[in-house]
Design a protein around this ligand. Structure first.
Ligand code: ATP
Ligand code: TYR
Length: 421
């Protein structure tokens, strides 16, 4: 499937598209220069870190999103997620929110599950090789990630509509195009277009080569697969933009260079800032500090609490990053918040918006019910219970008469009769 496509574009490359050194000279542009319209709006929310390359040869990135430009048409943007775990996490949510912003503006977005790439393991941002995962485990994780992505996209579609015509949200898995790929064909068709010097120069490779453990060939080859994915999606879906966390820049550059060499066309990379914890560590699987989006791993209540506990100095930034609330509304929320920060009203609004997106309205309601418990709104037998895990413990909360008295809020009283079956 892939080889014929490549042969066709190899001709374009050999017929004189710009060389690699020219490409590298294009450099990186900070996300604050030259962005217009949609890009400027996302930038104003703090969603973008860098754009790459700084200058296209025929096209500029802002042009792609400029509705008034001649020949304007909706774009396709993709971001990849490796199924090295069985759930998405809050770090992934940022890239997804950015994809959603593009979708809301009428562009088509692709969430790519890396069913093939996860087998190799991305070395970006890691000091150690990932634990190798067998095909069954990756397959199961990939199915779980796909379900998670689809659920989020459905919540987004149902609960956050804004009256505009949105673009599509598609989930693909790169194992679909690598499964049938013959190794020798692939190396012969693709391998020749990558230069070792450039691959070796990537920060992810340099960091690993200098580590005591070194780097495996599989990991080294990772960026070639990600580059080929971009090329594949460019060819099949007209995808010109790849989005990822800022640790993905090297892989995105490899894709840009590969596509530009083969086709002479301009494609672009956009990175989102990395979400870190209070000690500055990237929130994710590797650091073991992930806040999961799968409710069996992090309950809606825990997700809600994660955002309610956010420090005051981060809440405005997170409202811009993790919600679709318009900026003037966020200003208003913050004005109220600074008057009575102890109420944590900004954090609660943030928590509610994120929990609704991730777990739907039902998830948000259940998180709030639990909150009522932790905030002291529930009593059993006239004693306040604040631990959601221990609200009604069989054998412990039964009065001598076989009843329990439950009080919820100020006025709701219930009598529970226990029956021995
Ligand atoms: N904390 C984070 N902040 C912003 N983006 C993130 C964060 N964590 C992951 N991403 C982005 O989500 C996308 C998919 O990440 P992927 O699951 O494949 O790896 P990962 O979660 O970064 O892995 P790990 O946590 O094991 O290092 C990438 O673009 C990545 O940069
Ligand atoms: N390399 C990305 C995931 C990814 C996989 C395949 C791609 O084509 C793009 C991105 C990460 O580990 O975060």
């Amino acid at each position: 499937m892939a080889a014929p496509m490549l042969r066709c574009f190899s001709r374009c490359w050999w017929s004189g598209t710009p060389g690699l050194s020219g490409v590298l000279a294009l450099g990186l542009r900070k996300a604050h220069s030259g962005a217009q319209g949609l890009l400027a709006a996302q930038k104003a929310r703090g969603l973008f870190k860098d754009f790459f390359p700084e200058r296209g040869t025929k096209l500029e990135l802002p042009q792609l999103f400029d509705r008034s430009a001649a020949g304007y048409s909706p774009q396709t943007i993709y971001c990849g997620f490796d199924p090295t775990g069985d759930s998405l996490h809050v770090g992934h949510l940022l890239a997804l929110l950015s994809l959603f912003h593009f979708q809301r503006a009428g562009h088509n977005v692709i969430a790519l599950v890396g069913g093939a790439t996860a087998r190799l393991g991305d070395p970006s941002g890691r000091t150690k090789e990932r634990e190798a995962l067998d095909a069954e485990r990756v397959g199961a994780n990939a199915r779980a990630l796909r379900l998670g992505l689809e659920a989020l996209a459905a919540n987004h579609q149902q609960l956050f509509t804004d009256g505009r015509t949105w673009g599509s949200f598609t989930v693909l898995d790169n194992s679909a195009w690598y499964q049938k790929q013959h190794l020798v064909d692939f190396l012969a068709a693709v391998g020749g277009h990558f230069r070792m010097g450039t691959l070796l120069s990537r920060l992810s490779v340099q960091t690993r080569l200098q580590s005591p453990e070194g780097m495996s060939l599989a990991e080294f080859f990772y960026q070639v697969l990600q580059a080929y994915d971009f090329y594949y999606l460019f060819q099949r879906y007209g995808c010109r933009v790849q989005l990822g966390g800022s640790d993905q820049l090297g892989n995105i550059m490899s894709g840009y260079e590969f596509i530009h060499k083969l086709t002479g066309e301009d494609v672009f990379g956009i990175t989102v800032p990395l979400i870190t914890n209070t000690t500055g560590a990237k929130l994710g699987k590797s650091a073991g500090n992930a806040v999961w989006l799968n409710r069996d791993k992090t309950s809606p209540f825990e997700l809600y609490q994660f955002f309610v506990r956010l420090q005051d100095d981060s809440v405005e930034r997170y409202l811009k990053l993790f919600t679709f609330l318009p900026l003037p509304e966020i200003d208003h929320i913050m004005q109220l918040h600074v008057k009575e920060p102890e109420k944590r009203s900004a954090q609660k609004r943030l928590a509610a918006e994120v929990t609704k997106l991730v777990h739907g309205r039902e998830g948000l309601d259940s998180a709030k019910r639990y909150r009522m418990i932790t905030e002291g709104g529930v009593s059993i037998n006239h004693r306040q219970v604040t631990n959601p895990e221990c609200v009604l413990v069989v054998g412990q909360h039964i009065l001598k008469n076989g009843l329990s008295l439950l009080k919820i809020g100020k006025r709701n009283f219930y009598i529970i009769k226990w029956l021995q079956l």
